[in-house]
Ligand binder design. Structure first.
Ligand SMILES: [Zn+2]
Length: 539
């Protein structure tokens, strides 16, 4: 009898809690802040008062990870809504070398269709064809034909990788306006309006922004080696029509958020019978980081403005009474300029140009008495490719010599051959425990990855010529891998979680929140049980 009563009570309690649990949100808003490292989030979190403060009142994984080695924009965005590492998404870098393409640079861009005649890796036809796995938006549309999937971003690769194949709308900034790769899809009336506003903004000269006491405290001009101008005390004054300065300023994200809000309104997202999703790529933080570094007055003002702009965006959703939930994260972290870091006692340096694939290839070809460029690669680290026109014997000689030469350099941490990486299982342990080769394995895709992979030492910035950019990301180190992962729904009380999570966990978690089945083990990520509304396999 007692057992029966207990069982009855358990059923009653379960049905009560089911009755009290709120219905799933009708609109998933997924925001990627490009280059928003966990280091920046930790530093600025106490200073946020607007939108970012609201979102940070939810469930905060302050130790999120873009776990893989190649911490660039395209691979990072490919993990966010697929649940998979780049080894599965196929997006191993922003670009990779393909020695079969009819192009002088032998380079393919991650978000293009290189089979289109007349295109190049810089003047490309935007396409999701390289993304090999489905996104959450695709899964939602397969489950609920009425679901809408929309992406808006400052960068085409952010919009493409977060929405994948056949979204309902996809818009990204191309230098003077927002454009779409989707043919035959009606253009919402708000798009030309936002484009007109953004175009007027770009064409208008800007006075310096007003600073804040906190940001003013960071204003200190730092001299840069490698030909670049000093940075550290800038407030985004710019000339009319300067599109480079425009996109490296808070105004850029303001436009992207305005377009996102306008599309939500016009398409009535979150107000249909099925759940909808909008992915928003905010790119200005990345351009600010590359142009000015991460610890000056510029980044401080960028994040202050971003906080306000995200707050304004959320107020629009609130005023329309939309039942939404926000996820906010980043495609990778970032690192400050070595010149400022050195003032703070960190032994930081800029990369030796001799490590570039071109320079190294030339030196090795001369040494071995071979012909041609020898090596192809996009940088001084990551995937390196051996000229396939060489004989198998010469290729083997060059591989051996290249691995030895890179390994002997004092700025190089490790070099792995493709065979070594391929033999390593894709890691499943917590991301902070991964070895360097395990990180490389999560970035490895046979047929796209290089013949060997170069890892630079910690605190080596792979930019030698600083005339355009002074700081970057892309490394295997935690300053580039660790990113915040925030989940928030209005009215929800959350907490800050110390244990690590991965950006691959976002997709299965959101799927669980909206009741979309994802078979356990079918993707790299795992449902995060701390997120309210996530049932994590209980459904
Ligand atoms: Zn990025």
């Amino acid at each position: 009898m007692r057992v029966k009563l207990l069982a009855a009570a358990a059923v009653l309690l379960a049905s009560q809690s089911a009755a009290q649990a709120p219905a799933p949100p009708k609109l998933l808003v997924v925001i990627s802040v490009d280059q928003f490292s966990a280091n920046l989030f930790d530093e600025y979190r106490p200073h946020f008062t607007q939108g970012l403060a609201r979102i940070a009142s939810g469930t905060v994984f302050r130790n999120g990870y873009q776990s893989h080695a190649m911490t660039e924009t395209c691979p990072g965005h490919s993990t966010l809504l697929t649940g998979d590492h780049p080894a599965r998404t196929g997006i191993i870098g922003n670009t990779w070398v393909d020695q079969s393409v009819q192009r002088s640079d032998l380079t393919v861009y991650c978000a293009e269709d290189e089979t289109q005649p007349g295109t190049s890796s810089t003047a490309y036809k935007v396409s999701p064809k390289h993304l090999l796995v489905p996104t959450l938006g695709e899964r939602m549309k397969a489950r609920w034909p009425g679901s809408r999937s929309v992406a808006v971003a400052g960068k085409d690769r952010a919009a493409i990788m977060m929405s994948g194949q056949r979204p309902d709308q996809r818009w990204y900034w191309t230098g003077a306006k927002y454009e779409s790769d989707l043919a035959g899809v009606p253009v919402p009336t708000v798009v030309p309006k936002v484009n007109a506003l953004a175009g007027t903004g770009l064409a208008t000269a800007r006075e310096p922004l007003e600073t804040t006491p906190f940001c003013e405290g960071k204003a200190r001009e730092i001299a840069i080696s490698g030909g670049g101008k000093p940075v550290g005390a800038g407030r985004f004054a710019r000339a009319a029509g300067d599109q480079w300065a425009f996109r490296a300023s808070p105004e850029f994200d303001g436009n992207t958020l305005a377009l996102a809000a306008a599309l939500i309104e016009e398409m009535k997202l979150g107000r249909g019978p099925s759940p909808d999703i909008i992915a928003i790529g905010l790119s200005a933080t990345d351009y600010v980081g590359h142009t000015y570094g991460t610890e000056g007055e510029e980044m401080c003002l960028q994040l202050t403005e971003l906080d306000r702009e995200v707050g304004d965006f959320l107020k629009v959703l609130d005023s329309r009474h939309i039942d939404y939930a926000v996820t906010l994260t980043a495609d990778h972290g970032g690192k400050d300029i070595p010149e400022r870091e050195s003032l703070g006692g960190i032994t930081a340096s800029r990369v030796d140009p001799a490590l570039g694939a071109g320079n190294m290839g030339k030196a090795l070809v001369a040494k071995l008495g071979l012909k041609g460029p020898g090596l192809f690669g996009d940088s001084s680290f990551g995937d390196m490719y051996i000229d396939r026109h060489l004989s198998p014997t010469d290729r083997a000689r060059l591989l051996k010599a290249a691995v030895e030469a890179y390994r002997a350099h004092p700025q190089v941490e490790a070099v792995f051959t493709a065979a070594q990486i391929a033999r390593t299982p894709v890691p499943t342990s917590p991301p902070e425990t991964w070895s360097t080769i395990q990180k490389a394995r999560a970035s490895y895709r046979a047929g796209r990855s290089g013949d060997f992979f170069v890892v630079l030492k910690r605190d080596v910035t792979p930019i030698a010529d600083t005339t355009r950019y002074v700081a970057t990301h892309g490394s295997v180190w935690d300053y580039d891998r660790r990113v915040p992962i925030l989940f928030w729904r209005p009215g929800e009380v959350g907490s800050t979680i110390e244990r690590t999570a991965e950006t691959t966990d976002i997709m299965p978690t959101l799927a669980s929140v909206i009741g979309l089945p994802v078979q356990d083990g079918s993707v790299d990520g795992h449902c995060l049980r701390e997120v309210p509304g996530a049932h994590c396999g209980a459904r």
